[in-house]
Design a protein around this ligand. Structure first.
Ligand SMILES: CC(C)(COP(=O)(O)OP(=O)(O)OC[C@H]1O[C@@H](n2cnc3c(N)ncnc32)[C@H](O)[C@@H]1OP(=O)(O)O)[C@@H](O)C(=O)NCCC(=O)NCCS
Length: 151
C-alpha cells in the first residue's frame, strides 16, 4: 500500500456495513501509522482489480510474543467479494509472515451474525476457531479467536 491508495482503502472501510464508525477511526490510525513509519510494526497490502483498489489486509507481529502474528484488519469492497480476493490477500500476508519466520497467525473477530461470512472465510483459509470469550465486545457479542499454524 502507498499513500496514494489511502482514499480508496478508506472508502472500502466506510462502505463495509460491518464496521462501526469508531472501528473505522482506529483502522485509519493504524494505516497512518504504517504510512508514516513503515518500520512501526504494521504491514499493509492492497489488492487491485482492473486498476482499482479492491481490498486490503493489515497485519503485524504481536508485541511480546515469539513469532506470533496478527491479522489486524482485512476487508474487500462489497462488490468485489466472493471472487477470491480476500483469500489472495491473506495468502500473501501469510507468505510474508512465513518469510519473516512467523509461526502462528491469529485473527480475532466478532460473533455477530453479520460476521458469518467472515467466520466461513477464515475456516476456508485453513484457520481454526481456538477460543471464544462470551460477551467480550458487548453483551451477546463474543470475541472469536481464529488461528493458523504456519509451521
Ligand atoms: C472476510 C472478507 C475479507 C472475505 O473477502 P472475499 O474477497 O469475499 O474472500 P474470498 O472471495 O477469498 O472468499 C470468500 C468466499 O468466496 C468464495 N469464492 C472465492 N472465489 C470465488 C469465486 N470465484 N466464485 C464464487 N465464490 C468464490 C470462497 O470459497 C469463500 O466462500 P466461503 O465464505 O463460503 O468459504 C470479506 O467478506 C469482507 O471484507 N468482509 C467484511 C469485513 C470483515 O469482516 N473483515 C474481517 C474482520 S476485520
Amino acid at each position: 500500500m502507498t499513500r496514494a491508495d489511502k482514499p480508496a482503502v478508506m472508502d472500502i472501510l466506510q462502505t463495509t456495513p460491518q464496521f462501526l464508525p469508531a472501528e473505522v477511526v482506529v483502522a485509519e490510525e493504524v494505516l497512518d501509522c504504517y504510512l508514516d513509519d513503515p518500520s512501526a510494526g504494521y504491514f499493509t497490502l492492497v489488492a487491485e482489480s482492473d486498476h482499482a483498489i479492491a481490498g486490503y489486509v493489515c497485519y503485524g507481529e504481536t508485541p511480546l510474543t515469539e513469532c506470533t502474528w496478527d491479522i489486524y484488519w482485512i476487508a474487500v469492497s462489497p462488490h468485489h467479494q466472493k471472487r477470491g480476493i480476500g483469500g489472495a490477500l491473506i495468502a500473501d500476508a501469510e507468505k510474508e509472515i512465513a518469510r519473516k519466520n512467523g509461526r502462528m497467525v491469529m485473527a480475532e473477530t466478532s460473533s455477530k451474525p453479520d460476521y458469518d461470512n467472515t467466520h466461513r472465510f477464515y475456516l476456508s483459509q485453513g484457520y481454526r476457531l481456538v477460543a471464544q470469550i462470551s460477551d467480550y465486545y458487548a453483551p451477546g457479542d463474543n470475541i472469536m479467536f481464529f488461528q493458523k499454524l504456519l509451521k
